[in-house]
Design a protein around this ligand. Structure first.
Ligand code: DX5
Ligand code: ZN
Length: 217
C-alpha cells in the first residue's frame, strides 16, 4: 500500500493560499495546521479560513488541531466537511467522546500525541479512531528537526494496529524529508506530513521525491 503524502500548508504562502493549494494536486491530502497561541506558542488560522480552504481545495482536508478545548472545537471543524480531523490528545478531556462526535459528522477521527506523550491509552481504544498522529517534533512550528527517538512509539503503534486488524492509519508530522521519510515508513507510518520539504522547492517534484523515497522501504 503506497504511503499517503499530506503537504502542510503551514509552509505555503498565506497570501496565495488558493494558488499554493493547487500546487500540491499530486498529493493525497492537504494538511491544515490550526494553532491557537495557547496549546502551542504559535497562531495560524481558524474556522473561517479552514472553511474557505475546504471550498477551494482540490484535495481532501487533513485538519490538525493544536488548540485547547479540543472536545469543543474538533466537531466544528468536522462539520465544515473536513475529510479528517486530528485533535491533540493532551488538549481533550474525553478523547473517545470527541472522536465519536467527529465521526458522527462523517469525518475521520484522529488523535495526535506529542513526542513525550504515552500512546498506550489510545492503543487500548483503537477502534474509536481512524488515525493516530505521532508527532515527530514538538508541535508549533514548521522546519524543525525530526526526532528519531519517537520511532519506538510509532513501531509499537504499528504492532498494535496490525494485531487489531483495524484499518487505523498511522501518520507522522514534523521534520519529514527524503531521508527521514524512510525511517518513518520503516517504523510503520502510512501517512506522512511534509511542510518545508514540499514547499521549499517545486511541490510536484518534492512530492514525487518523497513518494520515491518511501517506496524504497
Ligand atoms: C508542526 C506542524 C507541522 C508542520 C510540519 O507543529 O504540525 O504540520 O507544518 O512542518 P515541517 O514538515 O516543515 O516539519
Ligand atoms: Zn501538523
Amino acid at each position: 500500500m503506497p504511503v499517503r503524502i499530506s503537504p502542510s500548508i503551514l509552509s505555503a504562502d498565506f497570501a496565495n493560499l488558493e494558488r499554493d493549494l493547487h500546487r500540491i494536486g499530486d498529493a493525497d491530502l492537504v494538511h491544515v495546521d490550526v494553532m491557537d497561541g495557547h496549546f502551542v506558542p504559535n497562531l495560524t488560522l481558524g474556522l473561517p479560513v479552514v472553511e474557505r480552504i475546504q471550498q477551494v481545495s482540490p484535495l481532501p482536508l487533513d485538519v490538525h488541531l493544536m488548540i485547547d478545548d479540543a472536545d469543543r472545537w474538533a466537531p466544528r471543524y468536522a462539520e465544515l466537511g473536513a475529510f479528517s480531523v486530528t485533535f491533540s490528545g493532551e488538549a481533550a478531556a474525553d478523547p473517545v467522546a470527541t472522536a465519536r462526535a467527529v465521526r458522527s459528522t462523517g469525518a475521520r477521527a484522529s488523535v495526535a500525541v506529542k513526542p513525550g506523550t504515552d500512546l498506550e491509552p489510545y492503543l487500548r481504544t483503537l477502534d474509536e479512531f481512524d488515525m493516530i498522529l505521532v508527532m515527530t517534533v514538538e508541535p508549533g512550528f514548521g522546519g524543525q528537526s525530526f526526532m528519531a527517538d519517537t520511532m519506538p512509539k510509532l513501531a509499537r503503534a504499528r504492532e498494535a494496529v496490525d494485531r487489531s486488524g483495524l484499518d487505523v492509519w498511522l501518520e507522522v508530522d514534523g521534520g519529514i524529508d527524503v531521508q527521514t521519510i524512510v525511517t518513518a515508513v520503516a517504523n510503520g507510518a502510512d501517512t506522512v506530513v511534509a511542510g518545508s520539504a514540499v514547499y521549499g522547492g517545486e511541490p510536484s517534484e518534492r512530492i514525487a521525491a518523497l513518494r520515491a523515497a518511501a517506496a524504497t522501504v
